[in-house]
Design a protein around this ligand. Structure first.
Ligand SMILES: CC(C)(COP(=O)(O)OP(=O)(O)OC[C@H]1O[C@@H](n2cnc3c(N)ncnc32)[C@H](O)[C@@H]1OP(=O)(O)O)[C@@H](O)C(=O)NCCC(=O)NCCS
Length: 298
């Protein structure tokens, strides 16, 4: 952690007890409060924050989530980089991100940057490695009907709710596709998501996806599937299980899936830039990685 100068308030670790302060900070910046997401990130990941010198909550914060063997992280995802409006453009964001880079040591870093945050990360040496498109809307299954059946997928792919017995298979598939072990995150999914479903073909799990509550929406993520048709089947089945609009962040290389969700009720909301520091690209298999759990955690 950075050594504070006499004038600079210290950067401290945040804990789940700071959840309300974090949600207040989101609100201060015009973001949704996203308490459910903060709760996950502050338990599966590590939050850092600076108490506001005026005694009114946090001046700024960010969260890191580490992946790889315990104690020997191989990849660190950064998210929820936020500075309270009244402290904007005073170097707080830069100080927080310098701290993240220093603390990471030789561990590569990745993040999804908003247009607002991107210049700061570029100044620190992060490089653009991809893009993700945020889409949102009510999934309208009627339009998904067609030659491929009610779920818009080939008949040999079926989806069903995940059971406790599936967790080992999900973990194995996720590690292969994500490129690093993220057991501490995946094992939280049954509690964190409202729906966790697997896709099966020939008795084998070939994909899985969660839908978790975020304000008025259900966020689809992670979305891991052997191919686009399987990803469609998972989204359609999650859409059928909720009255809320779906939201998800799809890697733009998955053009066919993006076109399909837009034909079925979802609309483009924003683009985020995927950036990395210390590594030219992310490990794993992007062809089977359709959407992150959340852009804040990879
Ligand atoms: C992005 C954010 C964290 C930056 O925090 P900050 O404390 O205001 O940033 P700093 O004062 O340390 O500025 C660092 C650099 O970032 C860039 N920057 C910061 N705010 C910017 C803005 N509104 N427009 C353009 N560039 C900006 C500038 O290059 C700035 O350097 P400079 O002031 O020397 O020109 C803050 O604007 C924020 O909370 N935004 C809303 C949430 C968000 O988008 N977070 C990023 C998620 S990836």
């Amino acid at each position: 952690m950075s050594t504070p100068s006499l004038s600079a308030p210290p950067i401290r670790r945040l804990t789940p007890r700071d959840l309300q302060l974090c949600a207040d900070l989101s609100e201060d910046r015009g973001w949704p409060r996203e308490e459910h997401k903060w709760g996950l990130l502050l338990s599966a990941g590590t939050g850092y924050g600076i108490d506001a010198p005026d005694g009114n909550g946090l001046m700024g914060a960010y969260v890191v989530t580490q992946y790889g063997p315990p104690g020997r992280p191989a990849l660190t995802a950064i998210g929820m980089v936020l500075v309270a409006e009244r402290y904007a453009r005073q170097g707080v964001g830069r100080r927080l991100m310098r701290n993240a880079v220093d603390e990471a040591g030789h561990t590569p870093l990745t993040l999804h940057a908003t247009p607002n945050g991107r210049p700061l990360y570029e100044q620190l040496g992060f490089e653009v490695i991809g893009r993700a498109e945020m889409v949102q809307g009510h999934f309208t299954p009627a339009k998904a009907l067609g030659a491929r059946g009610a779920q818009g997928a080939p008949s040999e792919v079926t989806t069903r709710p995940a059971t406790a017995e599936d967790l080992i298979s999900i973990l194995r598939l996720d590690t292969e596709v994500f490129g690093h072990d993220r057991m501490h995150v995946i094992t939280r999914l049954p509690a964190f998501t409202d729906q966790l479903r697997v896709a099966e073909a020939d008795g084998e799990i070939v994909g899985y996806a969660g839908a978790w509550p975020n304000m008025a929406t259900h966020v689809v993520g992670p979305l891991v599937a052997r191919d686009t048709e399987t990803a469609k089947a998972l989204i359609a089945s999650l859409g059928a299980g909720t009255d809320r609009p779906l939201r998800t962040d799809i890697d733009v290389r998955h053009e066919e899936l993006l076109a399909w969700v837009k034909q079925n009720g979802l609309e483009s909301v924003a683009f985020n830039t995927v950036m990395a520091y210390g590594v030219p690209e992310l490990p794993g298999d992007w062809t089977r990685r359709f959407a992150p759990l959340t852009v804040a955690a990879g």
